[in-house]
Design a protein around this ligand. Structure first.
Ligand SMILES: Cc1ncc(COP(=O)(O)O)c(C=O)c1O
Length: 376
């Protein structure tokens, strides 16, 4: 074969065509970025745009992770069995197994790997967490996007069930939903589970705040898989640990398909220790409860519309103004919140604010009041 001159090689032409249409995931803004852009002292910046835990993380988890550094020359467990077993033991479920991943984001990728072929379909109620759509597209499958009902932000069950067809493989449900913050009606979830045998993936990233998980339902519905994360209540977003409850009839296939060693040794140790730190857990739940009451009261007083929330954040409806306008004003004051326009489907009018401490919340409310004309 004749050699091609190196200058003429077009590496791009090897890409799968669908990759050419993708765009990068939009994450919340970082402190460094805002400090640099607006010349603000980083210690004055509030990071309330990514639903992290503002209390930090459990000291026990940090100590455990530090001890684990001693063995970073050794690979971690292939599938994080020790952590999976501990979560399983705490939850005492019959015929339900636990799998661990590099953040729940990794679990979404695993779902695509397990269930999606080129040309298959998923059903997603929007606006919601965008990675469900992304993993569908990466697999060469098609997301069928069904808008949440106006005003209630609940699922449109009729449209969802009408969209199920031979190609449908996964129905994604996020409860509490990001970015609206509300729990999905559990009767609706049951209705879907009883009407179809397609995989129903329920994302419970924020479930510890309202404290009402549906994991028990997997005992009855083997096509239900429930995702959870250490990134929110446990404050370990930087370590990337997620997990899922999955029926025992599926777990072998999951483990046979998993990328090995995805969760680092310090991350596994931190997660194991975090499960034992009940004080940190309870403190986080309490802070969110108080913040929810504070925001609901103060926003109502100011006549700012918001969506009643069950998560560690609250979303205000800035219509007729785009949320970007008020988000920019807050950024100038060193307050990072989330303008939800990248979620699409009407979310350009949503401003999502992560709950903080009393002082932080007051600073946000004061800043919103100063710019009230942009919030209503
Ligand atoms: C609904 C939802 N699911 C999953 C995640 C991500 O979880 P992880 O950090 O474990 O990847 C987030 C993060 O914001 C989220 O909002």
């Amino acid at each position: 074969m004749q050699k091609k001159p190196v200058a003429k090689i077009n590496a791009k032409k090897n890409l799968r065509p669908l990759i050419l249409d993708l765009h990068q995931y939009t994450a919340g803004r970082s402190i460094e970025e805002i400090a640099h852009k607006y010349h603000i002292d980083p210690s004055r910046i509030l990071k309330l745009g990514s639903n992290e835990n503002v209390l930090g993380s459990s000291l026990k988890a940090k100590i455990a992770a530090t001890f684990a550094l001693d063995k970073v020359n050794i690979y971690p467990e292939v599938t994080s069995d020790k952590l999976a077993n501990k979560i399983k033991k705490i939850n005492r479920l019959k015929n339900v197994e636990v799998v661990v991943g590099n953040g729940m984001d990794h679990i979404f990728e695993m779902l695509a790997r397990l269930f999606l072929n080129n040309g298959d379909e998923t059903i997603i109620s929007v606006p919601t967490f965008t990675p469900y759509e992304l993993v569908t597209l990466w697999a060469g499958a098609k997301p069928r996007l069904i808008p949440l009902l106006k005003n209630s932000y609940q699922m449109n069950i009729k449209k969802i069930l009408d969209s199920v067809n031979k190609k449908t493989k996964i129905i994604f449900i996020c409860s509490p939903n990001n970015p609206t913050g509300n729990l999905m009606n559990s009767d609706d979830i049951k209705h879907i589970l009883e009407s179809t045998d397609k995989i129903v993936f329920l994302d419970e990233a924020y479930t510890e705040f309202p404290g009402n998980s549906l994991i028990k339902w997997i005992e009855k519905y083997p096509h239900l898989i429930i995702g959870r994360t250490f990134s929110k209540i446990f404050g370990l977003a930087g370590y990337r640990v997620g997990y899922a409850f999955i029926h025992k009839s599926l777990v072998t296939y999951y483990l046979n398909s998993i990328t090995p060693f995805t969760v680092s040794r310090p991350a596994q140790s931190a997660a194991l220790a975090a499960l034992d730190d009940h004080d940190f857990f309870n403190k986080s739940v309490q802070m969110v409860k108080e913040a929810k009451e504070y925001y609901s009261r103060e926003l109502s007083k100011s006549g700012i519309k918001y969506i009643p929330t069950d998560a560690n954040f609250i979303t205000i409806d800035t219509k007729p103004n785009k949320a970007k306008l008020i988000a920019t004003k807050l950024l100038e004051k060193g307050i990072i919140v989330r303008d939800c326009s990248s979620f699409g489907y009407g979310a350009e009018y949503f401003l999502r604010i992560t709950f903080g401490t009393k002082e932080q919340n007051k600073r946000v409310i004061d800043a919103l009041r100063t710019n009230i004309h942009l919030c209503q």
